[in-house]
Ligand binder design. Structure first.
Ligand code: ZN
Length: 350
């Protein structure tokens, strides 16, 4: 095994370069991260000085508080992780780099014995939390970190065999590529592009929102769908709107994007314009779709802003609401409602 061979050599390795432990520039961090992704010896030599986000059975260890989204992610040291899970080297993947230059990894530990899990949760004041729920309860930046960690861990699990010849593949130290032992093809993780669009009338007085059968009562969101092979983002938006609600749009404008871990999508948020006209639903995809006025959307926005957990509680009253701030749909709708300049949506997100 490549990793086990390299591990034996770590003792004689000089750390190159040293973890900096000071604020370093974005470019320095990205280039350091690039070395960690590409060179196994560099990645492994920094593992003992890294920080680790632990997943047990795809549930991240989080301090989830309804009062605050700060410090939700629990970052363990290498020695803390190995105390609970000695196989960390073969189960961790590189995530990103903290502003002080500390490399950060995520580690998938499987099912822990109950006593071990309780000790870990008690000592950190955290719990292993459902990922889908957690994404709506942490900051936007932390949601992206959770999403990336889950996707890279799952990608490694689902790509144990080569898609070209079927032989076993072997991961690199960072977990960011897998090489086929037979045909030497190297495989890399990637995101699936999705177009998500807020359709407005030309006067910006009404928008189209849709409701899928799986949505809790009262929740409506933007039209969204996967990009087809050979499509531009604009093509995807035109097609999805036509398929789902039976109208044609113009003036497709990209606004902002979000990574989403189910099933590993890059959600590209757009605006588009259509004359206010009757909608024709795709009954296989949607339960309902309607034009909503500014007044209706304003009340829906107020409801989810006052109660971001409405989605999780099932909304027994059935009153209209939209996805919470953890979803890009919220930002597209909020941005339209407030009429703020396009670039300000990034300030809300980041
Ligand atoms: Zn192969």
């Amino acid at each position: 095994m490549i990793i086990s061979e390299l591990c034996r050599r770590i003792g004689s390795l000089r750390l190159l370069p040293k973890v900096l432990h000071r604020n370093i520039s974005y470019v320095e961090r990205i280039r350091f991260l690039q070395q960690l992704k590409e060179y196994d010896t560099v990645c492994l030599s920094h593992l003992p000085s890294g920080k680790f986000l632990m997943y047990s059975q795809s549930k991240p260890l989080l301090r989830v508080s309804k009062a605050s989204t700060k410090d939700a992610l629990v970052w363990l040291t290498y020695s803390e992780v190995t105390e609970y899970y000695p196989q960390v080297l073969n189960s961790s993947v590189l995530l990103d780099m903290a502003e002080d230059g500390t490399p950060r990894y995520s580690v998938q530990v499987g099912a822990l014995p109950t006593a071990v899990q309780e000790k870990l949760e008690s000592s950190t004041g955290a719990v292993f939390s459902d990922l889908r729920l957690a994404l709506f309860m942490v900051s936007w930046r932390d949601a992206h970190t959770l999403s990336r960690a889950n996707c890279v861990l799952m990608w490694n699990r689902n790509n144990a065999f080569c898609g070209k010849c079927g032989a076993p593949t072997e991961r690199n130290a960072a977990g960011y590529s897998r090489k086929c032992k037979n045909c030497n093809m190297t495989h890399y993780p990637s995101a699936i592009p999705v177009g998500i669009v807020l359709v407005t009338d030309p006067d910006h007085q009404n928008i189209v929102l849709v409701r899928q059968p799986r949505h809790p009562p009262g929740m409506y969101s933007c039209i969204a769908g996967f990009s087809d092979v050979g499509e531009s983002l604009e093509d995807t938006v035109h097609r999805e709107v036509a398929e789902e609600v039976g109208i044609e749009v113009s003036s497709v404008r990209y606004v902002a994007s979000q990574h989403w871990p189910f099933p590993g999508s890059l959600m590209a948020g757009c605006f588009a314009t259509a004359e206010k006209q009757e909608l024709s639903l795709d009954q296989n995809e949607l339960q309902d779709a309607r034009w909503f006025s500014r007044e209706e959307v304003s009340m829906a926005l107020d409801r989810i802003t006052a109660n971001p957990h409405l989605r999780l509680r099932g909304n027994p009253s059935g009153e209209l609401f939209i996805p919470p701030p953890g979803a890009i749909a919220y930002h597209l709708i909020s941005h339209w409602m407030k009429g703020t300049p396009v670039q300000e949506i990034y300030q809300h997100i980041y």
